[in-house]
Design a protein around this ligand. Structure first.
Ligand code: 5GP
Length: 204
């Protein structure tokens, strides 16, 4: 019984380890990833079209004007958005798709697609968040502090999410997310067509 795929929204503060979790989910499972557009500067090692589509502000605005974004938000002075077409096509083909996005964008997705699954990732302590951000060594202290302020704001919105996964151990986090997805797929609401078919073909 393969219907539309699930939209799986994964958020969490910078340093929560959500990027690593998503990469592991892609390796191990049958998930697709939505590649976002951003006006943020490309970091060393990041690849255009794999990590992001890097855009000028003008190009980003033009995508919004043409209604090509499923959602978008400003995060720490840069814009980030989800190109709509790939997400729509992927779920129509029955594939589950992960949107790794911050909370403002997640709230926009929630308004449009109530059936999407919303998962929030957090570290066991705030200190660990800070340590991970500092040790990753990709941002200046100013940017790190900005992201930590933002982390507090994001944490205050945790109740908007269906599930919280505490990233104490990568393997456990992956197992928990796979369990969430498996359970979501068994929700009765997804079986309307199946039941209709069963009733319409009672001799089959
Ligand atoms: P980073 O600059 O560390 O790659 O991402 C900063 C934040 O932007 C992260 O919380 C990430 O999840 C979020 N983000 C990435 N892509 C999108 C997107 O398409 N939309 C929204 N709303 N947030 C995004």
């Amino acid at each position: 019984m393969k219907g539309e795929g699930l939209k799986i929204v994964i958020s969490g503060p910078s340093g929560s380890g959500k990027g690593t979790i998503v990469q592991e989910l892609l390796k191990q499972g049958d998930y697709k990833l939505s590649i976002s557009a951003t006006t943020r500067k490309q970091r060393t090692g990041e690849i255009e079209g794999k990590h992001y589509f890097f855009k000028s502000k003008q190009e980003f605005d033009s995508m919004i004007e043409k209604d090509e974004m499923l959602e978008y938000a400003k995060f720490c002075n840069n814009y980030y958005g989800t190109p709509k077409e790939y997400v729509d096509n992927t779920i129509k083909l029955g594939h589950d798709i992960i949107l790794e996005i911050e909370v403002q964008g997640a709230l926009q997705v929630k308004k449009k697609y109530n059936e999407a699954v919303f998962i929030f990732i957090m570290t066991p302590t705030f200190k660990e968040l800070k340590n991970r951000l500092v040790s990753r060594n990709t941002e200046s202290m100013d940017i790190i502090n900005n992201r930590l302020t933002r982390a507090c704001e994001e944490l205050s919105l945790f109740k908007e999410y269906d599930y919280i996964v505490i990233n104490d151990n990568l393997e456990d986090a992956i197992r928990e997310i796979n369990t969430i997805v498996a359970a979501e797929k068994l929700k009765s609401g997804r079986y309307e067509n199946f039941i209709k078919n069963v009733l319409a073909n009672q001799e089959a």
